[in-house]
Design a protein around this ligand. Sequence first.
Ligand code: NAP
Ligand code: MG
Length: 498
Amino acid sequence: MKMDKATIADVASKLKFRTQAFINGKFVDAVSGRTFPTEKPANGQALAQIAECDEKDVNLAVQSARETFEKGLWSQMSPADRKHVLLNFADLIEKNTMELAVLDALEAGKPITDCITIDVPETVDCIRWHAEAVDKLYDQISPTGPDNLGLIVREPIGVVGAVIPWNFPALMAAWKLGPALATGNSVVLKPAEQTSLSALRLAELAVEAGLPDGILNVVPGFGETAGQALGRHTAVDAVTFTGSTEVGRMFLKYSAESNLKRIVLECGGKSPQIVMADVANLDSVAEHAVNAIFWNMGENCSAGSRLIVHKKVKDALLERIVKLSKQWTVGDPLDPATKIGSMIEKAHMEKVLSYIEAGKAEDANLVLGGNRVLADSGGYFVEPTIFDNVDNKMKIAQEEIFGPVLATIAFDDEEQAIALANNTTYGLAASLYTDNVNVAHRLARAIKAGTVSVNCYSEGDMTTPFGGFKQSGFGGRDNAVHAHDQYTEIKTIWMQFS
Ligand code: NAP
Ligand code: MG
């Protein structure tokens, strides 16, 4: 695929934004007629006006999802037929890779190279994986005597509300849509207010691929209105949420106060990267560690934001990390050479900068960066920032910054490393680096996190479940067949023979 500057600029100049809500297979204005601006965070200018959905629009979308679900157009279709539609959907996404990549780069400030080579391919892979899986999974028969037959079957849960964040707009949509649609549900998707464009385009492509009208609806708008209305709707059977722990908690409340809908939460993190003294290849560790914190500007739930490193190798490792970090160029998200784009919005950039100030105030040692850069562009850019001599009790070690800020914490022995790693309210991911397989296994078991990667920074792939321990998650997992548990009910059918 051509991904030079001129090609990308050409795609960007020809884009036609879909800005209305997508309900029952059609683009429609919000009932109120209201719109809100979506911004290009790389220059602070408005990109487009988006339909501002509220409770009324959510009601229409849920009604459409409910009716189509009950009619069985999709929910009763054979898994093999659903597979074919979803494979068409994946092919169409792939065909439109450049367009979707540019939409996410423009609206979220993400580096275009990442969007083209990671976000969109993983979006395609996710839809394809769940499509391929769904006609290969068997239900169960219970161990009865000869006079009975106990069938344990899975059925789609019904209407799924999906509420997602802005950091991987197309990909987070796919993480929900892939398994929810493959298992036969109808979906109402609420994208983050900062990033609606790729979700709206995905819905259009799904219908073009053969998804019946009303199975996938998209209601752009604000969390407090559209998000809350989905959370409280009594005809919604489940909400799958990715976002902050603070908002995730609200969905549990919405459910408790409405219809006890199932809630699955994928929330924040403060993930440790533990480096033991025995590692011989510090160059490799440095490369992974830099990627872990600076990829996607650190706006990544599983960012390796705490470097927990043995005293003996700390200085040698930090020297390499600082050197590599300088190669992470900050710049225009649409420039293929850019490694670090802009923060999502002004308020978030200010929050990240205030954490940097908090680090300095608590006497952590700033060894790289620490500033807003490229301010002349009007965009919200923050340079890669590294603190040394951080105490795990400090604010920058405890709170999720969601920006390019690394906190380095030293330790003396393995026990201390484990205690530091686990001393957090989060438990989403962790990386550990050691050349000793016994230590690797011991630490991997001791760390309380949903994904532990060894000698690399990784979230696994579509074949592995993703989600958090402690306050990083609740109720289920994304990805792999484990994600299907979120979107299916288990039914027992008990038969007696005479
Ligand atoms: P957020 O503020 O929690 O928002 C997430 C979604 O919830 C958005 O669609 C948002 O709408 C909506 N929302 C906000 N307030 C709401 C309310 N009162 N009621 C109902 N819905 C509401 O998170 P974010 O700032 O978009 O994303 C960053 C967070 O996501 C970080 O904490 C990050 O760790 C987490 N994250 C987790 C994972 C994971 O898999 N574990 C992956 C990616 C990101 P608005 O956009 O209108 O506010
Ligand atoms: Mg928000």
